[in-house]
Design a protein around this ligand. Structure first.
Ligand code: UD1
Length: 420
């Protein structure tokens, strides 16, 4: 099992290029099941979750070629298996995203029920309810969601009770092939949803309203294959910007525009960082200073993303002042705080909030990664700690960060991977 060894204290300085977004690439890969045509996808990041999705698509019968430069060619004309097995779904919950496409194009799907995970119970009831509203018959049998729609799906006017990213993605993919008009209300507005809709439109889908809380679709009978470039990863970029700010450093990231980072950039500005931006780049400079503490409340987009909460918690542990970080999207997503306390952080957990008093520094310690973004926050904590930090169970981080140690080494960090 791999671990990361970090000797903290170096300021991060330099230039990075954004990778393609994991959370956009996953639904876009699932959407290739909606067509028999060939799709060529560029900027697909090299990550464990992407490999899992490609393994799943291939197990269904899709033909896949993955090129060195991040391009993936997929043809789903010969898909004849409609089951997403437990072994794959248990390693990646986003496997549920094949449910809508399989059902819409083939009238049947069997997807292992994703269980709870480290950050909470994470139900999929709203995915199921939206598909049932389109006419699907869904039961649970032997741990599997078994769905059928022998006569095809029909258009629907459906309102989500809670804003859900994955639920919106499953529903919009299914509705693009459902007969008639669909109106999906209270949908997620995340940039990754916008990216999925743009890909579906390139495939011939008729969809309006992406980026708002209502999507309107006119179903079509078939979709075509299409080329598409996946958007840059705003969470990856945000993570490196926070790491640079926490270390008092300076960083320029190429290949991303500031709009997709939204409120994350506002919060970085509040830490005292100088921010600058161009058409396709963002830069941050802390001028060697210690960041100021910032309060955070997570919310669906355009609010502050839950996927950036742990990284800001790490920054706040070494910031000037006190802060409160409140998690409202997931029920159990402050676990990184317990590991950070082992590094000397002053954090008190009060319900869904972490109250943090910034210290001038942390001390390196052996710590354990518990989920993807918690792992990233421990890397940031290791970068600002004195001495050595060893992070175990970093398979979590490989799910979502392409070559993290290589990118941080280029910025001057003392970080290496060891296999034990
Ligand atoms: C996606 C992202 C994840 C991010 C999250 C919130 C991917 C692959 N993952 O996860 O990185 O942290 O959005 O931005 O894109 N819920 C229900 N019923 C449902 C579905 C969701 O109650 O049927 C609840 C969840 O428990 C959670 C909230 O809705 O409390 C938001 O979850 P959701 O937006 O669905 O997250 P994911 O799509 O799983």
């Amino acid at each position: 099992m791999d671990s990361l060894i970090i000797r903290g204290g170096n300021r991060l300085e330099g230039v990075l290029t954004a990778s393609g977004a994991k959370n956009a690439a996953l639904p876009i890969l699932a959407a290739t099941l909606l067509t028999a045509g060939a799709c060529s996808l560029r900027s697909v990041p090299v990550l464990r979750d992407i490999t899992t999705m490609l393994t799943l698509l291939s197990s269904l019968g899709a033909k896949i070629a993955r090129r060195q430069d991040g391009e993936v060619l997929i043809e789903s004309d010969s898909v004849q298996v409609f089951t997403a097995p437990y072994d794959l779904v248990k390693t990646m919950r986003a496997s549920i995203l094949v449910l809508g496409p399989l059902l819409a194009r083939h009238g049947q799907a069997r997807v292992s029920f994703p269980g709870g995970c480290a950050i909470g119970s994470r139900p999929v009831d709203l995915h199921i309810r939206a598909l049932e509203a389109m006419g699907a018959v869904i039961t649970v049998d032997g741990g599997y969601i078994v769905a059928s729609a022998p006569e095809g799906l029909k258009g629907v006017d459906f309102t989500f009770d809670t804003v859900t990213v994955g639920g919106t993605e499953n529903a919009v993919m299914a509705a693009s092939l459902a007969a008639g008009t669909s109106v999906l209300r209270n949908v997620a507005r995340e940039p990754e949803i916008v990216d999925l809709v743009r890909f579906l439109r390139a495939m011939g889908a008729h969809i309006e309203g992406e980026g708002t809380d209502t999507l309107t679709l006119q179903g079509v009978t078939t979709l075509n294959g299409a080329p598409y470039e996946v958007m840059p990863d705003r969470i990856e970029v945000g993570t490196y910007l926070v790491a640079a700010a926490a270390t008092g450093g300076s960083l320029r990231v190429e290949g991303i525009c500031c709009e997709v980072l939204g409120v994350v950039l506002d919060k970085l500005g509040q830490t005292g960082a100088d921010l600058d931006e161009g058409d396709n780049w963002i830069s941050l400079d802390m001028r060697g200073e210690r960041p100021k503490a910032v309060d955070i409340v997570t919310e669906p987009f355009p609010g502050f993303p839950t996927d950036m909460q742990a990284q800001f918690t790490a920054l706040n542990t070494v910031a000037q002042g006190t802060s409160r970080v409140t998690e409202t999207v997931f029920e159990n997503r402050l676990m990184q705080a317990h590991e950070m306390k082992r590094m000397g952080a002053d954090i008190a957990i009060e319900g869904d909030s972490a109250c943090i008093t910034g210290r001038p520094s942390l001390q390196g310690a052996p710590v354990m990664a518990s989920d993807l973004r918690a792992s990233a926050s421990l890397v940031i904590a290791g970068l600002v700690a004195s001495g050595e930090t060893r992070i175990d169970r970093i398979y979590h981080i490989d799910r979502g960060y392409e070559n993290i140690e290589g990118k941080l080494q280029c910025l001057g960090a003392d970080i290496r991977r060891i296999s034990t």
